[in-house]
Structure formats: C-alpha cells, structure tokens
Write a protein that binds this ligand. Structure first.
Ligand SMILES: Cc1cc2nc3c(=O)[nH]c(=O)nc-3n(C[C@H](O)[C@H](O)[C@H](O)COP(=O)(O)OP(=O)(O)OC[C@H]3O[C@@H](n4cnc5c(N)ncnc54)[C@H](O)[C@@H]3O)c2cc1C
Length: 441
C-alpha cells in the first residue's frame, strides 16, 4: 500500500507485481535499539548520491522477516534521516532498500546491497517469524514520497497493520475458544448437580467453566462484529468518499488495535484455563496461542500508545466530531431497538465526555493517565452496540433456530455479566487522577 501510494510509476511497475505474486517480500524498518516508540530520535542516515539514489547507514532492530530465503528478494522500507533534516519526527524520510539490486526490467541482479542481518532474536512466541537486527552499511536506497514526510508514508501501511492486528487478536481467541469448547465437552471431572453422583461429568456442566467459555465466546463474537463494522466504515470512506466514515474509522483504529488484541490475549489465557494443567502442557497447543497472540499487544505501537492516540489525539479533535457521530449512531440504533443497559451506558459515557470537555486545563494530564481506562470503557460501549445490532438483525437471520438461540444467549451473557465491567471504568474516570510520585515506586 505504501509503495502503491508513494513509489514512482516505474518503481511500481517493477516491484509491485513481484510483491503481489509473493515472489518477493518486504519489511518495515522503523525501530532502532534506542528509538522504539520515540522514532524522532532515530539515527539511521541517508546520504544523497549524484545519481539521485541515497546511501543508507544505520542499525535497525526487531525487523520482522528481515532476512530469510523464502523469497528471491526482500524490499526493505527504511526510515532514515537526511543530512539537513529537522529534528524529531518531522525529519524522517522513507527509503526503498532492496536486498538485491534489480535492473531496469525489475529483474534481481547478482549484486547484494550493503546490508546484512546481524542476528535473529529469540522470542517468547511467533517462532515461525524471523525477527532480525538489520545493519545497513551504505546500502543503496531510493526515496519514497517527499523528503522528511516518511513517517506519514509509513502510516499508510501502519494504520492497516493496526486494524489487521485487531483481527489477529479475534482469530487467535476464536481458535482458542474452539479448542476449549471441544475439551470441555470431552474432559470428565467432578459431579454436576442433578446428574449421577458416582460419575464424573464433562466439565462444561460446571457453571465456572461455562463462565469462562461464554466470556471468550461473547467477547470474540463481538470482536468479529466490531472488526466487520470498522471494515464497513473503511469501505464507505474509500469507495464512497464519505468523510464522516473516514473520521469514525480513524477514531476506531487504535480501539481496534488495542481493545481487540487485549481481549484476544485475555481470551486465549481464559481458554487455556479451561484445560487446567493440560493447558500449560505444550502438546495441547494452548500455550502457543497465549505466547503467539501476546505480540499483537506490543508491536505496531504498544497498546498504551494506541490508547494515547485514541484519547489524547483523536477523541476530542475537531470538537469531538467523530465520537459524537458514533454516539448519535448508537442512540439512533437504540431508538429502533431499545436496550436499557446499553442506553444507560451511552448516557453515562456522554456525560463523562461532556464533563471532561469542560476541563480543558487539566484534560491533557488526565488523559495521559487514563487513556487506557477510556479506551477500554469505549470498547465495552462499542461491543454493546454491535451486540445490539446483532440482536436487531436476528429476525431476518436464516441460519436456523439453534444459531439464533445461541446468539441470543451469548448477547444476554454479554449484557448481564460483561458489560457491567464498564461501570468500574466509569468510577475510575469520574475521579480526579491519583497523583503518583515516581520516587515512591
Ligand atoms: C517480535 C517483534 C517484531 C517486531 N517487528 C518490527 C518490524 O518489523 N519493524 C519495526 O520497525 N519494528 C518492529 N518491532 C518493534 C515494535 O514495534 C516495538 O517494539 C514497539 O513499537 C515498542 O517499542 P520499544 O520496544 O522500543 O518500547 P519502548 O518505546 O521503549 O516502550 C516501553 C514502554 O514504555 C511505553 N511508552 C513509551 N513511550 C511512551 C510515551 N510517550 N507515553 C506513554 N508510554 C510510553 C510503551 O507503551 C511501553 O510500554 C517488533 C517488535 C517485536 C517484539
């Protein structure tokens, strides 16, 4: 996506077919040892050459698929600084740096560019993905887009990556749920009220196991509906040039990244818990879901940074236009399909926003401390919205009685046993922030 938007026509013609076909692959090289979240202090440099190319020098760490022999060539998209670049994130440019240089026909040449993988990280999970230190020692690179506007160009891809992370959280949780459900129907342990007192029963008969399974199911199905809702908004923005849809999709991007991956991780842990000790043992595969989904909370910007993007940058931007569009949409859906619990939460949420907007002097400090609480509260509100939309759609559903009954039960579980957790966030957010002294930590 970044190359499509920022590379010149010749480069697009040469490299995109190879990327689309999978013949070549690509990386995104942002992170350096001392510059992770704070990319403005990166040191990788780009020296202009007489032929219009640049020599890229510096060391990047944690580069996904930085080196491997799965594809013929690897195109590195590298963030670096030009000699006269302004300080901070306004002085970052983006370069295309191929592993092997290619000729005018786009064919890989035998000339290896001056870059190397320094080492491969040993990680908690995602062992199928090589996470590399990449050293660039005067490697030939080509500027993509305008000088000093590289971060915005990288974000063309990053915003979609962040949305994809949310779906990854939902996907991992769904698979963990399916495994846990099958196990809970099979594993015989303990007596169940009303059944044979001398016989062990499947653990799905225990209310606490039901709680775990239903929690994962309700949050995962809401997560999937929510991801589809955001996808719909993106389609409206892209194909119908709908500016309101774009504003809402932009507001929802950090929520999709953080809320869906946080809930995805919690769901995998809860599904693992259904297995008891067997969940901790490698052969059942559950510990792998826990390990693998964990990274989704960290990369593409940590979930704490997503929360700040949501609360401190986007929520009150443009007089809160995007959130008000969204809240009006929920209110209008509630008019057509009343739901007392969702209506009450919507009202509390609106009051909270009004109160916060009236205190602009302390707002920045408050949001810095409470961004995650605010993001989670918003997540519960939006999951309530998508569950209410699901309930509203059921009369027209032709998937059969069992499917409909299952949706109704899961929605009821969400509204009765999960959405009330939002009240805890409201209590926290309706207080002044606790002042913390780091010397006392
Ligand atoms: C397996 C893996 C693959 C990766 N793949 C890539 C890749 O392909 N390309 C790439 O460029 N990078 C990649 N990364 C890097 C990843 O994006 C960073 O690790 C991540 O953005 C966080 O940066 P950091 O690790 O330096 O943490 P830091 O920036 O040091 O953050 C540490 C903690 O401080 C918090 N924090 C930092 N700054 C602030 C702030 N201003 N306000 C509030 N809290 C703050 C963070 O939320 C975090 O909790 C990968 C990382 C891993 C582990």
């Amino acid at each position: 996506m970044t190359l499509l938007q920022y590379a010149d026509e010749t480069t697009r013609q040469l490299v995109l077919p190879k990327l689309y076909s999978g013949e070549w692959s690509a990386t995104m090289c942002l992170t350096e040892a001392h510059a992770g979240t704070d990319l403005g202090i990166m040191r990788t440099s780009a020296q202009p050459q007489p032929d219009g190319s640049y020599l890229i020098s510096g060391s990047k760490i944690f580069i996904t698929a930085g080196e491997h022999d799965l594809t013929d060539n690897i195109l590195h998209l590298v963030l670096a600084k030009l000699p006269d670049a302004p300080a901070g994130s306004r002085g970052i440019s983006l370069f295309l740096v191929p592993k092997f240089l290619y000729d005018a026909n786009g064919n890989k040449t035998a000339t290896r560019n001056q870059l190397q993988c320094g080492s491969v990280e040993h990680k908690m999970g995602i062992h199928g993905s090589a996470t590399c230190v990449m050293n660039f020692d005067g490697a030939t690179g080509y500027l993509l887009g305008e000088a000093n506007k590289g971060l915005a160009a990288m974000f063309t891809m990053m915003n979609y990556e962040r949305l994809a992370m949310g779906s990854q959280g939902v996907g991992a949780a769904e698979r963990a749920y399916q495994n846990a459900l099958a196990y809970a129907k099979d594993r015989l342990q303990g007596r169940v009220a009303g059944k044979d007192a001398n016989k062990a029963e499947p653990i799905i008969g225990h209310p606490d196991v039901q709680r775990m399974l239903m929690t994962v199911k309700a949050m995962t199905e809401a997560g999937r509906s929510f991801a589809i809702y955001v996808g719909h908004r993106l389609d409206q923005a892209k194909f119908a040039n709908d500016a309101d849809a774009l504003a809402v999709a932009s507001l929802l991007t950090p929520i999709t990244k953080a809320f869906l991956t946080d809930r995805g991780f919690e769901s995998c842990v809860m599904a693992q818990q259904v297995f008891g000790g067997h969940g901790y043992i490698r052969e059942w595969g559950m510990e792998q879901w826990v390990r693998d989904v964990r990274i989704a909370q960290i990369y593409e910007g940590t979930n704490g940074i997503q929360a700040l993007d949501f609360a401190a940058r986007k929520l009150f931007a443009d007089n809160g236009k995007a959130i008000q569009l969204l809240l009006a949409e929920i209110a209008s859906q509630l008019n057509a399909h009343p739901n007392a619990q969702l209506a009450a939460l919507l009202n509390d949420y609106q009051q909270l926003l009004t109160r916060l907007a009236q205190q602009p002097a302390q707002l920045g400090e408050f949001l810095a401390a409470h961004a995650c609480d605010l993001l989670d509260l918003t997540g519960y509100l939006l999951y309530g919205y998508v569950w209410n939309k699901t309930l509203a759609a059921l009369p027209a559903c032709d998937e059969g009685e069992q499917f409909i009954a299952s949706k109704q039960q899961t929605a009821a579980f969400f509204f009765d046993r999960l959405m009330p957790k939002a009240q805890g966030y409201l209590q926290i957010l309706n207080k002044a922030p606790t002042v913390l002294d780091t010397a006392l930590f």
